[in-house]
Design a protein around this ligand. Structure first.
Ligand SMILES: C[S@@+](CC[C@H](N)C(=O)[O-])C[C@H]1O[C@@H](n2cnc3c(N)ncnc32)[C@H](O)[C@@H]1O
Length: 229
């Protein structure tokens, strides 16, 4: 059970476990991502407001609904990159962007967000939805620091994450914490203190909004800018 001191639960899974679990889930994942998360995706991408000509990365593309929207927003002169650890997810994303006619402006990479292959200062924006909260506690600052490295100095990070900020005692948070501990292979995400983690990693919060998914699950959408040293 999630504890009431607000400590973050750990994620007791190896990268191989996560890969296998998302490989299995990829067969039906388009349903929750495409339908249930539609409002969350629209709000997240609206806050990030990707402009034509930008170079944007999505971390943890899943079945590609957001990446397709990002590719549409960057237009012919921009570029949308996507990284994911699970080949099956990338396969579905590839088909989706191809069907939308955006393959010429999309690049997909199979790899780990803790060590990304991109050069320093490459991206105008990086987007992450329902993904930061699945990294284990020591890995979250690693991922955020890696994103800071590849963002332009005036770039922005958009995160949509299950949150427990101000909601530690809520029934949903307690239930999700219990589920995460019972079946981590399926409920591998857990609610986190999104804003604090982002600030601690050296970003300044520019925009923040709560989004209640399906009238029960609290998500927080944050747009943040890297602080310069
Ligand atoms: C919960 S899904 C979210 C998918 C999509 N962003 C959405 O909004 O529904 C998390 C995604 O992150 C990917 N992932 C998990 N660990 C990763 C890692 N270390 N590096 C890159 N991607 C990872 C999974 O394969 C999966 O596609």
């Amino acid at each position: 059970m999630i504890n009431n001191q607000g400590e973050m639960l750990t994620v007791p899974l190896s990268l191989e476990d996560i890969k296998k679990s998302y490989g299995r889930m990829s067969r039906f994942y388009a349903l929750p991502e495409g339908i249930f998360e539609k409002g969350l995706r629209q709000k997240g991408l609206q806050l990030l407001s990707v402009a034509p000509g930008e170079v944007v990365l999505e971390v943890g593309v899943g079945t590609g609904y957001s990446l397709k929207e990002i590719a549409n927003s960057v237009g012919e002169d921009g570029k949308a990159h996507g990284i994911d650890i699970t080949p099956q997810m990338l396969g579905i994303t590839g088909k989706r962007v191809k069907k939308a006619g955006f393959m010429d402006r999309v690049e997909l990479y199979e790899g780990d967000a803790r060590r990304m292959p991109y050069q320093n200062g490459k991206f105008d924006a990086v987007y992450m939805a329902s993904t930061l909260e699945l990294f284990d506690t020591p890995d979250i600052p690693v991922v955020l620091s890696e994103i800071k490295r590849i963002l332009k100095p005036k770039g922005r990070l958009g995160v949509a994450s299950l949150t427990k900020e101000g909601r530690e005692g809520s029934l949903f948070i307690r239930f999700y914490g219990w589920l995460h501990q019972k079946v981590p292979k399926y409920a591998n995400c857990r609610p986190i203190n999104v804003e604090k983690l982002i600030e601690d990693a050296g970003y300044q919060i520019a925009k923040t909004e709560e989004f209640i998914l399906l009238k029960i699950a609290p998500w927080r959408i944050v747009v943040a800018k890297p602080l310069t040293d």
